[in-house]
Design a binder for this molecule. Structure first.
Ligand code: FAD
Length: 387
């Protein structure tokens, strides 16, 4: 199978990491097709938790991540009135998993992955929007917007969550699910120190939430969420945010004020219902197209990175493509499903607008043994990781 022609649809985290992992396992004929005109990315930042950094180490990417990413020690939960609700010790999770968690800007992560892909001489064809995947004699082929038609032994659908053509082909449906909340995301950078500790601050309101993640002393990203109907007409992001979160922690106000208007984006947040079929003929789904989870899972990109590692390792060991695809889904299904459901569960609780519910939720949090929470998180995230 080493000489199989492999086509990857989408140059996001899943597509790029899969290309790198496949190359490492000895596959030589790989190409990536991306709808965007250039190598751009949206989004502020994300945390590469220890499960993802373990894989990135295996792929010889961790040294680059360490140069621009920032370690995280703790994650604190606060009520909007300034009361501490609990603290997750990230160092404990890291120790359990055997790696380190890093916060990183999306642009930096994308740059590192792209540089590696370039170094490995894996071609990326930009401005290639997939229109359709069809098949003849059980062999799928891809049709692009410019009528280009591409055949391959293996087609990897890494085309994300919002309109995955690969998911449509495999599953006959690709409709994402909105959960009645939207996020404003932003990235901040300053000459003066903004952060003194490596602590993620997670503020819980009632139908609202604000999270702040330091990357370095001078740089970080944040996300402000609010329970909102789909297609709400939102204007003047900064002014809106200052209004919504004005009575919350002064740190939130400082962070919003420091963010340039053009660095704030409003995103309606979707995930996907679980699907049990991830492949059809020679097409296999990977990353968000297979199992998009809400940002409240904190694991979307991390799971895309895990997918990449498992997909390449399994393909190398398998006798046939069909066997490889089935094994890939078997290994990945349970973990990604648990993570998607955990993301939904937390979102349901955070964006609940009932004051009684929120009061009780906060009381419960104060009584929670966060050592056990850390252990449970580590148990889930370390499932099926390589040694
Ligand atoms: C607001 C928000 C915050 C998040 N925060 C975190 C976090 O903190 N930690 C974390 O781990 N995850 C986070 N995630 C999730 C994470 O961003 C995704 O899970 C991850 O990017 C999945 O990678 P992917 O490659 O599957 O999809 P994407 O990164 O979306 O990449 C898909 C690629 O396919 C391309 N594409 C799409 N359609 C076509 C087509 N028809 N033809 C050709 N190309 C196409 C796209 O242009 C894109 O480049 C967050 C998500 C959101 C929405």
């Amino acid at each position: 199978m080493k000489h199989s022609k492999i086509v990857i649809l989408g140059a996001g985290v899943a597509g790029l990491t899969t290309a790198i992992a496949l190359h490492k396992k000895g596959f030589g004929n790989i190409s990536i097709y991306e709808r965007r005109k250039t190598a751009t990315t949206i989004g502020a930042g994300l945390v590469l938790w220890a499960n993802a950094s373990k894989i990135l180490h295996k792929l010889n990417l961790l040294a680059e991540i360490e140069k621009v990413g920032g370690e995280i020690d703790k994650m604190q939960r606060w009520a909007e009135n300034g009361e501490l609700l609990g603290e997750i010790n990230v160092n404990d999770i890291d120790t359990n998993i055997g790696s380190t968690s890093y916060a990183i800007s999306r642009i930096d992560l994308q740059k590192i992955l792209l540089q590696k892909v370039e170094e490995l001489k894996i071609p990326i064809h930009y401005n290639r929007k997939v229109l359709l995947i069809d098949d003849k004699d059980n062999n799928a082929y891809v049709v692009f917007e410019n009528k280009l038609k591409v055949n391959a032994d293996i087609i990897i659908g890494a085309d994300g969550r919002m309109n995955s053509i690969a998911r449509q082909y495999v599953n006959d449906d690709n409709t994402p699910v909105y959960h009645n909340f939207a996020n404003w995301i932003g990235i901040i950078e300053s000459d003066k120190a903004i952060f003194s500790e490596n602590i993620v601050l997670d503020f819980w309101g009632c139908g609202e939430r604000f999270g702040i993640v330091p990357i370095t002393k001078y740089k970080g990203y944040w996300s402000g969420g609010k329970s909102l109907k789909l297609n709400t007409d939102v204007k003047n992001n900064k002014a809106q945010l200052l209004r919504i979160f004005s009575s919350w922690s002064p740190k939130i106000k400082e962070i919003i004020q420091l963010t340039k208007e053009e660095n704030i984006k409003y995103i309606e947040v979707f995930d996907h219902n679980i699907i049990t079929v991830w492949h059809k003929n020679n097409v296999c789904l990977i990353g968000d197209s297979a199992h998009a989870a809400l940002p409240t899972s904190g694991q979307g990109a991390c799971q895309a990175i895990e997918d990449a590692w498992h997909f390449a390792s399994i393909l190398k060991e398998s006798k046939t493509i069909k066997e490889a695809f089935s094994e890939f889904k078997r290994i990945r299904f349970e973990k990604t499903t648990s993570i998607t459901m955990a993301g939904r569960e937390l979102a349901k609780s955070l964006f609940n607008e009932n004051p009684m519910f929120c009061k009780q939720r906060n009381e419960n949090s104060k009584k929670t043994d966060y050592m056990i929470v850390s252990q449970n998180i580590a148990k889930l995230w370390s499932k099926n990781l390589p040694k």
